[in-house]
Design a protein around this ligand. Structure first.
Ligand SMILES: [Zn+2]
Length: 296
């Protein structure tokens, strides 16, 4: 058995690109510091809109080869972040992108939205018991913004966290492992509002500017327990985002999705710690390290 790094971080995401947008600076920072960083992506993002006209033929309603193409984009993005351990849940293509909520794609047989949560979690338990992360990062129960695959990624990650620690559950998957800390991706509303105010003031001439609520996970400040200053890794984050060329156009410090609406690139990344929960009465300072308090 190979020796595990001292600090180990697992991130669970829905589609290629979510990791770079939400956690790119965090992933680059911990990878550079020698922590084990593992990314599990639940689908290949087969239903995504495609920005470059030259790649329009990959789309689900044409060649339907966007998934494998996005897997190559993800691999390139992980190179930029220095992350070597990235996997698809149950293997590439096992679960398919479910499309936006209330679209016919939700009902495809292998749509992730339809996956049995315990069944999908069983694949993630195998990863957790192998890499034994002290820290897990995923979305809130709304998936940050209501996308079915993001909601499902949340459910699967939370369920797998429980099952992985349960000694009687599938001993054949390895020794039980209790993840010490679980975080949900967040952006404090005042931070988001300030950044959008700067974007409007600068008016760089983009076709439009996204509304603040297009940013996943925007919440009132009191929900935010943790801020990771990834300023030193801003270039790695934007390079990783740029690698997802079918999905993202980057013009630092802004980026655009296929809707052509500009948004800020956040290089400090924010989290809400849910395990262990914060003392609601306590006056705990904002953490600056996901591993704070972890006995590594
Ligand atoms: Zn996504």
């Amino acid at each position: 058995m190979t020796e595990l790094p001292t600090r180990r971080l697992l991130l669970v995401h829905a589609h290629p690109d979510d990791e770079s947008i939400n956690n790119g600076a965090t992933m680059a920072k911990y990878a550079a510091e020698g922590a084990g960083v593992t990314l599990v992506t639940c689908t290949q993002g087969e239903e995504g809109e495609i920005i470059p006209p030259s790649l329009a033929h990959l789309a689900a309603d044409r060649d339907d080869t966007l998934g494998p193409h996005r897997a190559t984009e993800l691999a390139a993005a992980m190179k930029e972040l220095g992350v070597t351990d990235h996997r698809f849940l149950a293997g590439a293509g096992h679960y398919r992108d479910s499309g936006m909520m209330n679209t016919p794609q939700n009902h495809r047989e292998n749509a992730f939205w339809h996956a049995d949560v315990n069944g999908a979690a069983s694949y993630l338990v195998q990863v957790i018991r192998e890499v034994r992360p002290q820290v897990l990062v995923t979305y809130d129960p709304d998936g940050g913004y209501g996308h079915p695959d993001h909601i499902q990624a949340h459910r699967v990650a939370m369920r797998a966290t429980e099952l992985a620690a349960e000694p009687t559950y599938r001993p054949d998957f390895g020794a039980p492992h209790a993840v010490e800390k679980v975080y949900w991706n967040r952006v404090p509303r005042p931070v988001a509002e300030d950044a959008f105010a700067r974007l409007r003031a600068e008016d760089p001439g983009f076709p439009g500017i996204a509304p603040v609520d297009d940013v996943p996970g925007v919440v009132d400040e009191e929900h935010v327990t943790t801020a990771i200053d990834g300023t030193a890794y801003a270039a790695a984050k934007t390079a990783a985002m740029r690698a997802h060329a079918t999905q993202i156009t980057v013009h630092e410090p802004w980026f655009l999705l296929s809707n052509e609406l500009a948004q800020p690139v956040f290089t400090t990344e924010y989290y809400e710690r849910v395990i262990p929960s914060r003392d609601p009465e306590g006056d705990e300072p904002v953490e600056t390290d996901l591993f704070a308090g972890v006995d590594a």
